[in-house]
Design a protein around this ligand. Structure first.
Ligand SMILES: Cc1ncc(COP(=O)(O)O)c(C=O)c1O
Length: 376
């Protein structure tokens, strides 16, 4: 099995050294700094592993269940602390999918499941979210796509890259669809907690015995460098399979990731961090919506949740060419081309990152680049 590069990662690799002056596509809240945690850190904290549980610090696993609203439904043993939601997805996908199995994914969507499924030699069935329909997940098409041949359904809620949010009734319907076929249902909730339209959706790990919820401290809490996330599932065998695969990759969690995430998710501290993230995200999104409205050549479906969405370019502009031009002098502004999501006529806009991303300047430069593009 060989994992091949995806366009999204390829673009990030190609542009790592570009040193942009502004970023208009940041997908996470402004990051806290280590100093914010020093008062709660113990200088005698051992840098050995946690020495208590291969699934992760028990207190951290309790916090994970509480923030997902699962503390009365799931037990700490249903949670595995992982190196981000990415590792959680990886462990589940790799242990569930065999060559020839069918996996149903959404498009546009987070590419990880498709990349791994391709490497495994699984059959990929794509269900298309359409812009004309607000990027909603077409559940009728999902119903047709998920059959007894389906091993796994993978979606992100809120969706990366469109910010579409499945409401409770839709999540429940998705569970019925998976259950009818006996399929596993993995819902990646890495953007949960930043809902602008509607409440946070329920986590499938609490609704379905083959439901898998993944998430992390990377996005709403802005702590992606900690590499700390989770896999939640009530199926003991799947959880053990994930522990076994992880033992043969990174073995155990990094201790500082666990310790700092445990502090960040403590009751009280977590709520105030989320309040701040929501206030900043909402303010930046209002600014972005007003800015998109003012651009004759752009339109978008404003994200219902999360910090990113897709904006449509004029037909004649290719997203790769536009993103590359924008990154060069005189604009020096980074955004992700829609080609990273098989949407070559779109760009990904984002409102995260705080002051460091220089959003005001970035938006001015995107507007300028669009005007100049159209006049040449
Ligand atoms: C939908 C989705 N899942 C997973 C990840 C990876 O997140 P983490 O940093 O928690 O591994 C990302 C990162 O952008 C994402 O957008």
């Amino acid at each position: 099995m060989k994992v091949k590069i995806h366009r999204l990662f390829q673009y990030l690799l190609e542009t790592t050294e570009a040193a942009p002056e502004a970023i208009v596509g940041f997908s996470l809240s402004q990051s806290p700094v280590l100093g914010d945690f020093l008062d709660d850190l113990d200088p005698a904290q051992t840098l050995d592993w946690n020495n208590r549980d291969f699934r992760g610090l028990p207190e951290l696993r309790e916090h994970v269940l509480r923030q997902a609203g699962l503390d009365r439904v799931c037990k700490a043993q249903d949670v595995l602390i992982t190196a981000g939601a990415a590792e959680a997805n990886y462990l589940a996908i790799m242990q569930l999918l065999q060559p020839g199995d069918e996996i149903v994914v959404e498009t546009p969507g987070w590419p990880q499941a498709e990349v791994l499924a391709k490497a495994i030699g699984a059959k990929i069935i794509r269900v298309e979210r359409r812009e004309a329909n607000g990027w909603a997940l077409p559940l009728d098409e999902m119903r047709d796509a998920v059959t007894p041949r389906t091993k796994l359904v993978f979606v992100s809620n809120p969706n990366n890259p469109t910010g579409h949010l499945l409401q409770q009734a839709e999540v429940e319907e998705l569970v019925r669809i998976a259950d009818r076929a006996g399929a596993w249902l993995l819902v990646d909730e890495v953007y949960a907690g930043l809902e602008w339209q509607g409440p946070r959706a329920p986590s499938v790990a609490g609704l379905y015995e083959r439901g898998i919820t993944t998430g992390s401290v990377s996005k709403a809490l802005g702590m992606q460098g900690l590499r700390t996330g989770w896999l939640i599932c009530q199926d003991a065998e799947l959880m053990m399979d994930a522990v076994i695969l992880r033992e043969n990759a990174s073995e155990i969690m990094n201790i500082m990731g666990e310790v700092i995430a445990e502090i960040a998710l403590r009751p009280g501290r977590y709520e105030s961090a989320m309040l701040k993230a929501r206030e900043e995200g909402a303010a930046n999104l209002r600014q972005m919506n007003a800015w998109v409205d003012a651009q004759e050549s752009l339109s978008w479906v404003s994200p219902q949740a999360g910090l990113i969405g897709l904006a449509r370019l004029p037909q004649a502009i290719d997203s790769d060419a536009f993103a590359t031009t924008l990154l060069a002098e005189p604009y020096r502004t980074f955004l992700l081309p829609g080609s990273a999501y098989d949407q070559p006529n779109h760009i990904r806009l984002g409102v995260g990152g705080g002051a460091a991303v220089n959003l005001d300047a970035g938006l001015e430069r995107v507007a300028l680049a669009l005007r100049e593009w159209e006049t040449t």
